[in-house]
Design a protein around this ligand. Structure first.
Ligand SMILES: Cc1ncc(COP(=O)(O)O)c(C=O)c1O
Length: 402
């Protein structure tokens, strides 16, 4: 079945007369039962399962290419960060995690705190440099931009994001997965930016995919939720146990809203990606003509993006709906001030963090202290929504003209 059909038709109640078309929300903390749960088949208690989770969990696993989504459903978590925490828990104490130098800032901060606590060692890498990442994962001591570095041990986990947040660098998922597996490292991919409609890391061998469901999957900026997906029965058991014991579960209402959002994922993404591609094209043309004060326009779909060809082979049907612009300025301070002025000036674009909703959002990432200094101070991240592209363009262009 095509994903466009799957998102609409999967995960509905059995087809019988007077059955509801949508699975109702099950508000219950416990389930009636007499027998013990030794086989793990009973629902038992609301921290272990909820029928409202089943639909979005099976649909997401199917979209990510899991062969048996009923046996290995995705695991919903209370947030993307909770899913990331569960996936990092797969590394043994003292294990080493290799991560992109630019990646979702919350994940980077979590890894910093785990490193400070002595729980994990962390190496940051330029994710576009496949040879350097391979060296860092194998533990030769080379390849890392900063971090633990000279370990003789292979890494426990290679953490990938592609495109990265917010620099939109593209990692070679297939080559890096193969390299990590050859030294026994697990590969976890945060697939939030691309969504499974555009990129399916499990199909090139990744072990676990994590999502901030908050973003494109739910799609309406009204839910905070995460998910982890794996086709491996052993990893699935460990992630499920982590969720049950650490308790970061999704509420039933949020699970219902997530599934409702996923019904329109294909349509929303199609429009948002088309808008993003068109805006990137217009912005880049304006930059080259000197018509707008832009130092850079970055979008994996632009032919000038350094990994455009790789992106074209591993992303399907589009290049995502996030792009960045760097507002020109004489120095970092001037560029940051000019970017802040654009955020103040625009009217359709909502100033706000997050991405993946129907509405377009704009934000200057370096306003967050934890964002690395290698992210330009005047960089604005644009999460392109599903409005009319001309309204978005007029608003942004006039905001940039000041
Ligand atoms: C790529 C990426 N992964 C994970 C997260 C964390 O997700 P959540 O905010 O749902 O905890 C975010 C949030 O912005 C994100 O952008």
């Amino acid at each position: 079945m095509h994903p466009e059909t799957l998102v609409v038709s999967a995960a509905r109640p059995a087809r019988q007369v007077d059955a509801p078309v949508n699975e109702p929300v099950h508000f219950t903390s416990t389930f009636v039962g007499w027998e013990p749960d030794s086989a793990g088949k009973r629902r038992l208690y609301g921290r272990m399962s909820n029928p409202t989770w089943d639909g979005p969990e099976q649909l997401l696993a199917a979209l990510e290419g899991v062969q048996d989504p009923v046996a290995q459903p995705a695991l919903l978590f209370s947030s993307g960060m909770a899913a990331i925490t569960a996936a990092l828990h797969l590394a043994p104490n003292g294990g080493r995690v290799v991560v992109p130098q630019h990646a979702y800032q919350g994940g980077i901060s979590l890894l910093d705190s785990l490193q400070q606590a002595g729980r994990l060692a962390v190496d940051r890498v330029d994710i576009t440099d496949t040879a350097a990442v391979t060296a860092a994962v194998s533990g030769t001591g080379a390849g890392s931009v900063s971090g633990a570095g000279s370990s003789a041990e292979p890494a426990s986990i290679l953490w990938l994001e592609s495109p990265t947040n917010p620099m939109l660098e593209v990692a070679d998922l297939a080559a890096l997965t193969e390299a990590a597996h050859s030294v026994g490292a697990l590969v976890v991919v945060d697939n939030t930016f691309a969504t499974p409609l555009v990129q399916r890391p499990l199909e090139v061998g990744a072990d676990v995919v994590v999502h901030s469901v908050t973003k494109y999957l739910a799609g309406h900026s009204d839910v905070v939720m995460g998910a982890a997906v794996t086709a491996d029965a052993g990893l699935h058991r460990r992630l499920h146990t982590h969720r049950t014991l650490h308790g970061a579960i999704a509420g039933p209402m949020e699970a219902f809203l997530a599934l409702r959002g996923m019904r329109t994922l294909a349509l929303r993404l199609e429009r948002a990606q088309a808008n993003a591609a068109e805006l990137a094209r217009r912005l880049e043309a304006a930059r080259l003509e000197g018509a707008l004060p832009l130092a850079a326009v970055t979008y994996p779909g632009l032919p000038g993006h350094p990994q455009h060809e790789l992106a074209a082979t591993q992303m399907h049907g589009g290049f995502g709906a996030v792009l960045t612009i760097e507002v020109a300025g004489e120095d970092e301070t001037a560029s940051a001030a000019a970017a802040d002025a654009v955020v103040q000036q625009v009217r359709h674009w909502l100033p706000g963090t997050s991405l993946g909703g129907v509405e377009s959002l704009i934000e200057r990432r370096r306003r967050f202290e934890g964002e690395p200094a290698t992210v330009p101070a005047g960089l604005l991240r644009l999460s392109v929504g599903i409005e009319h592209v001309d309204d978005l363009w007029d608003d942004l262009a006039s905001g940039l003209r000041g």
